[in-house]
Design a binder for this molecule. Structure first.
Ligand SMILES: [Fe+2]
Ligand SMILES: [Fe+2]
Length: 145
């Protein structure tokens, strides 16, 4: 079983973005826990609803921030987010209609093969393509304070 663990290498250095990314990983983990200990279906539904909400909130926050920073990847980010959202919606739509273990596999698969690579790939590139983002990244990586 894969573990949805947060790693320092996922961090971009832009605090708000990293905090939101961490929260999304935690919510995936909370969903995995809920399924593994066989929590009430209503509880699982609440966790999924929170995941959907926070994912959308995060994507919008990030898009606004990248526009503000005038990142050259701002427009491509919106397209990538729409794709990720559509994938998550499919998983959520299947919840309750398929075995919960299938939802768990799909969700952790989405996290490991789509969301986390998005954080370390496109998100990282989009922020590092801006002076402010680069500064935050360098400060996070190299500051000893
Ligand atoms: Fe992000
Ligand atoms: Fe993103």
């Amino acid at each position: 079983m894969k573990r949805a663990v947060w790693k320092r290498e996922y961090e971009i250095g832009v605090e708000k973005v990293d905090q939101e990314h961490m929260r999304l990983v935690k919510l995936c983990r909370a969903m995995a826990d809920a399924i593994l200990v066989d929590k009430d279906e209503a509880v699982m539904g609440q966790v999924l609803a929170a995941l959907k909400l926070y994912t959308e909130e995060h994507f919008r926050d990030e898009e606004v921030e990248l526009e503000r920073l005038k990142s050259p990847l701002a427009r491509r980010m919106k397209i990538a987010h729409a794709r990720l959202e559509a994938q998550l919606h499919l998983i959520i739509d299947g919840f309750g209609k398929r075995p919960h273990t299938q939802t768990l596999d799909d969700l952790l698969g989405w996290l490991e093969t789509e969301l986390l690579p998005h954080f370390t790939g496109m998100d990282m590139s989009a922020f590092l393509a801006t002076p402010e983002g680069r500064k935050a990244h360098v400060r996070r990586l190299y500051s000893v304070a």
